[in-house]
Ligand binder design. Structure first.
Ligand SMILES: Nc1ncnc2c1ncn2[C@@H]1O[C@H](COP(=O)(O)OP(=O)(O)OP(=O)(O)O)[C@@H](O)[C@H]1O
Ligand SMILES: [Mg+2]
Length: 489
């Protein structure tokens, strides 16, 4: 198929113009041509059509090739411009080429025209493809630049020496530095000292490709000295030899979240301290009441019993009459009542605060409590102690003891069990107390219920000594309560 060529011919001589056409046609082109002779005509022609080639005579009555070239250049169009002329002298020819004409053909050497045209048309097509590629690159670079610059996440590139290369607005705002100021800093200078070692280590792991990304939550020091929390992701950008040339860091400002977490943590701490204080007060009160009952009420009842015994003895030694016998009978009944009251006071006093816990320690107290429970409930109990001492502070020992008591109370009240196994062992730096029954089994809804205050109390007490309590229930098979007690607390 013939190649179509739109040719603008600047020529006053019609037969010269036709000679141009003749030579082009010989090259196999299908031509559209227009011949013009003035600047105005040229401007009009350029405006109304796309041209593939301009052939210009050097000198016309009202126009010339240098002016025509200038008009073309003003439009910015990329059209091969070839001067076809009689002899004009080497100086002018060189000047034309310097000014931007693509070639210069002498009218008496027209055979060169065809190859010149072919070469220029080829070149212009290469130039156009180049321009298209450049335009596409520019558009994509612009898109990328906007994405980078307008992102709400802080983005920065750093050199392999740790110096900043470029940072987007979000990053600059977050750190309070301008782009230029950042370029004179390394990441170390904006990193809180507490995180620098971890940063250094992980960046070297990135370099060695031990990790592909480095993620961290860390503090930065802003230009004004204030601290800002960021969630950071770093990746290495490598060259063809896999050597890191840049680092890409993305940082999201998480200061607000951190502040909220801090407030939450503080309020949890306060709550914990408050709960601990409450437990202490409760235990102190129990100790006080228990002591009052034991020391005062217990002793006065004992004195009453002794006096009543003495009264009976005196009555027996005195006159024997029906009245006296009656009084002896009544006094003997009184002694029975007093003895019952003494037992009762002892029991309440011991329930409130078993002295054995303070006097002999946690393990004897657990043993004693389990025996008491067995006696009262008739449920068969076993204790398997893998340690002979629990290294724990006295205030925390009370917590363990109360959790144990609550577990046993729950078994009695809810489990309908016939056997209880208690196991105490040490595992690494913790003691593990397991209380297992063979009853109905605690269920999920009991565990998550907000009204299970007994279970909640057990969990809370455990938290106070840094421990944990978990419950496992199997319907019909029983319940296991596992209490972890950290050593040395
Ligand atoms: N060993 C167990 N076997 C079976 N069910 C249990 C056992 N321990 C607890 N439960 C179930 O879990 C529920 C919650 O126990 P929790 O100790 O919190 O409350 P409670 O004993 O009913 O009342 P309190 O607040 O007086 O302790 C109980 O009501 C019971 O249904
Ligand atoms: Mg309970």
């Amino acid at each position: 198929m013939k190649k179509l060529l739109n040719v603008l011919i600047i020529e006053d001589n019609i037969s010269d113009a036709e000679l141009n056409i003749y030579h082009l046609k010989r090259g196999g082109y299908n031509l559209f041509t227009e011949r013009i002779e003035s600047a105005n005509e040229m401007k009009e022609a350029l405006a109304k059509r796309t041209w593939n080639l301009i052939l210009a005579d050097y000198e016309l009555p009202q126009f010339d090739a240098p002016s025509a070239l200038r008009i073309l250049q003003e439009t910015g169009l990329d059209i091969p411009f070839i001067v076809v002329s009689g002899v004009i002298g080497e100086d002018r020819a060189v000047e034309m080429l310097k000014a931007g004409a693509h070639d210069y053909i002498l009218k008496n050497n027209m055979t060169r025209l065809l190859s010149a045209v072919e070469r220029e048309i080829q070149d212009v097509s290469v130039r156009q493809q180049h321009k298209l590629a450049e335009d596409a690159l520019r558009v994509s670079e612009e898109r990328f630049r906007r994405m980078f610059e307008e992102s709400h996440v802080g983005i920065a590139t750093l050199g392999s020496n740790g110096y900043f290369i470029r940072a987007n607005e979000a990053f600059r705002k977050m750190m309070g530095y301008s782009d230029e100021e950042l370029r004179s800093l390394t990441f170390r200078e904006i990193t809180h000292p507490a995180h620098y070692e971890a940063d250094k280590l992980n960046v070297s792991r990135l370099v060695k490709q031990e990790i592909q990304v480095y993620k961290a939550e860390k503090r930065y020091i802003k230009k004004d000295g204030k601290v800002v929390w960021g969630s950071l992701i770093v990746t290495a950008i490598r060259d063809n030899e896999d050597q890191p040339i840049h680092f890409l860091a993305m940082v999201e400002d998480i200061s607000n979240r951190k502040k909220a977490e801090e407030i939450l943590r503080e309020s949890r701490e306060q709550l914990k301290a408050f709960a601990a204080r409450l437990q202490t007060i409760r235990e102190e009160e129990r100790i006080m009441i228990s002591r009052e009952l034991h020391d005062n009420l217990g002793q006065s009842l004992t004195a009453l019993k002794m006096n009543t015994s003495r009264l009976i003895k005196q009555l027996k030694e005195g006159v024997d009459s029906a009245e006296v016998q009656n009084a002896i009978g009544q006094a003997t009944e009184m002694i029975k009542l007093i003895e019952m009251d003494i037992d009762f006071v002892r029991k309440i006093s011991s329930d409130l605060r078993p002295r054995i816990l303070d006097e002999l320690g946690l393990i004897p107290a657990l043993e004693w409590q389990l025996k008491e429970f067995e006696k009262q409930s008739g449920i068969e109990c076993h204790l398997d102690c893998g340690v002979n001492k629990i290294g724990i502070e006295p205030t925390h020992a009370v917590g363990v003891f109360r959790i144990f008591q609550e577990s046993l109370t729950n078994i009695l009240r809810h489990a309908n069990a016939t056997r209880v196994e208690v196991r105490l062992n040490k595992k690494e730096k913790s003691y593990i107390l397991e209380i297992t029954d063979n009853g109905s089994g605690i269920n999920e809804s009991n565990l998550s219920s907000k009204t299970s205050l007994g279970l909640l109390g057990m969990r809370e007490r455990a938290v106070l000594f840094g421990g944990e309590v978990v419950f496992h229930g199997k319907p019909g098979e029983g319940t296991k309560v596992i209490l972890t007690i950290p050593e040395g607390n």
